[in-house]
Design a protein around this ligand. Structure first.
Ligand code: NDP
Length: 399
């Protein structure tokens, strides 16, 4: 009998819940808990009647005592954290106290500084080891599948990987002049931050959107993409041997960039609180409130995503290039689970990551990034659960 506690009931959690119900042999029971219980209840009402038993609960995931009480009551075998990055540490604290395995899709970010790095979560390593429980960090798509792809390339295709370019293309069109495909606050914090990449073991910083390239994506075509800082660069540079340079690029349409620039210029993307009519408000949080809810984009979004990694390195003394990627269609995702592809490509790997722990395939005590586990069983599950991967041995390269 295995049971998962899913925290959060937004876009990603909704897909994960659908997928857990499809994989009822592993997920016999789930409890969906979030700040707004009605969202959990709506998911339960949509999906109950299948083999997976679903319960719901209200929880403030910023509050460790509340989380501990909920875990003690529900007694899950794993907690899947699909709330926001701000809640990572409180949920990890509760998992430690109750000796429960932990999975998330995004690394911790303090509310008052838009700076995401692994140091806060890596600091839990010894305590998780001692407690005999596993924390699987970053089990979404990027981070997540990009780490599994890297571990797979290292295991099967290379003696040494020297260069990785992670390319994230969303060619979906939702018809709005400006909207974000996942939580607007997290999305805008990410893209308005300085860019960076790792070269020869050192971070190289760029201005936001300073480095632009055009890439011809399989099944999509040419798109403009920009170099961003992204969290998996930090762990992959340590865990993949021989890395000389690792970069992350994401595509953006012109309308998105023009709107973002204007919003930045007038101060609407700031995370510094301001006084407004006698009350303190954070401009970015106010902006979030007026933008379309990402969960509402599914029905309108058409087109595909293509996310993958281009590897360059050596095999048997010879130079080699290798591209692993997934193409996902927004409308196909919507038909299957009622969500667009950005939530889908994150929610499916979250379910698979949790299933790796529940089935014992990846069980070891400590705090781990996803590329530290054997990639093979995860790669098989990607094909099975809706994110089949493709490979190319002669891809276009990014200069
Ligand atoms: P949403 O904003 O749609 O959902 C977040 C959910 O968390 C909401 O249901 C929200 O509740 C709940 N929540 C927020 N704060 C608390 C709290 N204090 N206590 C309890 N519940 C809370 O976000 P997404 O579903 O788009 O994203 C979820 C996570 O996935 C984020 O961490 C995001 O960074 C990550 N992500 C990872 C990707 C990857 O590839 N690795 C890609 C995309 C996203 P309420 O409904 O009340 O607001």
């Amino acid at each position: 009998m295995s049971k998962a506690l899913i925290i959060g009931a937004g876009g990603v959690a909704s897909v994960c819940v659908h997928k857990c119900c499809q994989n009822s042999d592993v997920f016999e029971e789930i409890c969906i808990a979030s700040r707004t219980k009605s969202k959990c209840d709506a998911l339960r009402d949509k999906l109950s009647g299948g083999k997976t038993k679903i319960t719901t609960a209200q929880v403030d995931a910023d509050n460790v005592a509340e989380l501990v009480a909920l875990i003690n009551k529900e007694k899950p075998d794993v907690v899947i954290n699909l709330a926001l990055p701000y809640q990572d540490l409180t949920i990890m604290d509760a998992c430690l106290e109750t000796k429960t395995d932990y999975v998330d899709t995004a690394n911790y970010e303090p509310l008052d500084t838009a700076k995401f790095e692994y140091k806060w979560q890596w600091a839990y390593r010894e305590r998780f080891e001692k407690a005999g429980i596993t924390a699987l960090l970053g089990s979404g798509f990027d981070p997540g599948v990009t780490g599994v792809f890297s571990a797979y390339a290292q295991k099967h295709e290379f003696d040494e990987i020297n260069y990785i370019d992670i390319l994230d293309c969303n060619a979906g069109d939702h018809g709005y002049p400006f909207a974000t495909n996942f939580n607007p606050e997290i999305n805008i914090r990410e893209v308005s931050a300085k860019g960076s990449y790792i070269e020869d073991g050192k971070w190289v910083e760029t201005e936001p959107m300073e480095i632009k390239r055009v890439y011809n994506f399989p099944e999509i075509g040419e798109r403009e993409m920009y170099l961003l800082h992204h969290e998996e660069l930090e762990s992959l540079a340590l865990n993949i041997k021989g890395i000389k340079r690792i970069r992350f690029f994401m595509t953006f349409g012109q309308s998105y960039l023009t709107h973002l620039k204007c919003l930045e210029d007038v101060g609407m993307t700031s995370i510094e609180p301001i006084d407004f009519e006698g009350k303190q408000i954070v401009p970015l949080q106010f902006l979030k409130a007026v933008l379309p809810d990402p969960a509402s984009l599914g029905v309108r979004t058409r087109g595909k995503t293509n996310i993958g990694c281009i590897f360059r390195g050596k095999k048997d003394g010879k130079e080699k290039t290798y591209y692993l990627y997934n193409v996902c269609d927004h409308q196909e995702c919507y038909k299957e689970v009622g969500s667009q592809a950005v939530s889908y490509t994150t929610g499916v790997p979250a379910m698979i990551g949790a299933s790796m722990l529940l089935t014992g395939k990846w069980k070891k005590p400590g705090v781990f990034n996803i590329e530290e586990f054997d990639p093979d069983p995860f790669m098989e599950e990607l094909n099975r659960w809706g994110l089949p991967w493709k490979e190319s041995f002669a891809p276009d390269l990014v200069d």
